[in-house]
Design a protein around this ligand. Structure first.
Ligand code: DAH
Length: 353
């Protein structure tokens, strides 16, 4: 009987190797480790063994049961692993190369706009945005732009008629961010019409002009407008603020100069140049050998414009400025053609990390 038991033990180990699934494994367990299995039965037949041999035989049966239990656990784990591997292989080929994650980037214009705005934010300016679709009134009339002004030409402005409530409203796509000056002043004045608060805002946004697209002009571009209104705001504040901005933007050594100019909404008006940061003023093709780059238009807010915004020109003064982020980006990065900005060529966009 004991040889037979050893035989069953070997048979069990062999049989376990053939087990390929959970059902077979369970059948194996019942057969070789279950209550009626030869090994378990052997425990109850231990009393048939002569007394002196009992401890030795008992130990051997224990040993066989433990070996079989271990082998059973090991096989069970191996089967589970195999099953998992099979499931993974069916759903996922782990040998495929991974897909690289491509990070998004900011558009070069957005980068320049953010840089410009950050500097103004450090100087205490708030961002004020207004609509891209405007009324003629805001885009021209309230800014003191006379009816015969060439900018109002059908050739220069996108005029659109929009229908609403059974009526047709003539609107236009703003040609500059300056109408935002009126919106900002009217907003702040509405907070306290008797004694309107001082204003220090920058107004970024998209502008549109009905123009021939060339390397130097686009029908769509961004601008950043600035507006400061308060009591005793002077031209020296304008010069100081913009010169400080230019140093933070282009480098602490950069020099600026102001040239007299004309805009209907400012009086006096000026244009600010910065010393060419590509040749340090020595003269190069970018600055057309003048040593200077024209960066923005500016001036003291015209009294009529202050009045249109709800600020009494007898009590308040202000300055304003307007600049083109695409032009500044072109100068900073030697971009030769403004059409690159909206042509969405990934090769250009990729260069700005
Ligand atoms: N609106 C002008 C333009 O589009 C730019 C400009 C010039 C804005 C002078 C200003 C300013 O606020 O004071 O060309």
């Amino acid at each position: 009987m004991w040889e037979e038991l050893e035989g069953k033990f070997q048979e069990a180990l062999e049989a376990l190797k053939q087990v390929q699934d959970e059902a077979a494994l369970e059948a194996w367990r019942v057969r070789y480790l279950g209550r009626k299995s030869p090994i378990m039965q052997a425990f109850s037949r231990l009393k048939e063994v002569p007394r002196e041999q009992r401890p030795q035989v008992g130990r051997r049966i224990n040993e066989m049961r433990d070996r079989l239990t271990e082998a059973y656990e090991a096989r069970k784990q191996a089967l589970e692993q195999e099953k998992l591997q099979r499931a993974l292989q069916e759903t996922l080929d782990v040998t495929l190369p991974g897909r690289p994650a491509t990070p998004g980037r900011f558009h070069p214009s957005t980068r320049t706009i953010r840089r410009i705005l950050r500097i103004f934010a450090e100087m205490g300016f708030q961002v004020f945005t207004s609509r891209e679709v405007e009324l003629d009134e805001y885009n021209f009339q309230l800014l003191n732009i006379p009816p015969h002004h060439p900018a109002r030409d059908m050739q220069d402005t996108f005029y659109v008629d929009v229908d609403g409530d059974g009526e047709t409203y003539p609107v236009l796509l703003r040609t500059h961010t300056s109408p935002g000056q009126i919106h900002a002043m009217r907003f702040y004045a509405s907070l306290n019409p008797e004694d309107p608060p001082p204003i220090r805002v920058v107004l970024p946004g998209m502008c549109f002009r009905y123009e021939q697209i060339t390397a130097r002009s686009e029908i769509q571009f961004t601008q950043i407008e600035g507006l400061v209104v308060g009591r005793q705001v002077r031209f020296s504040d304008l010069k100081g603020t913009l010169t400080d901005w230019a140093r933070r933007m282009f480098g602490p050594q950069v020099r600026t100069r102001f040239r007299a100019s004309h805009f209907p909404f400012t009086e006096p008006s000026a244009e600010m140049d910065v010393e060419c940061f590509l040749c340090q003023g020595k003269g190069c093709s970018v600055c057309k050998y003048t040593g200077w780059l024209e960066i923005l238009g500016c001036g003291m807010v015209h009294p009529t414009v202050l009045k249109n915004g709800g600020y009494d020109p007898e009590k308040y003064t202000g300055f304003a400025f307007g600049m083109g982020p695409e032009r500044i980006t072109m100068l900073l990065h030697h971009i030769q053609d403004i059409r690159f900005f909206w042509s969405n060529d990934i090769r250009l966009l990729r260069q700005f990390d």
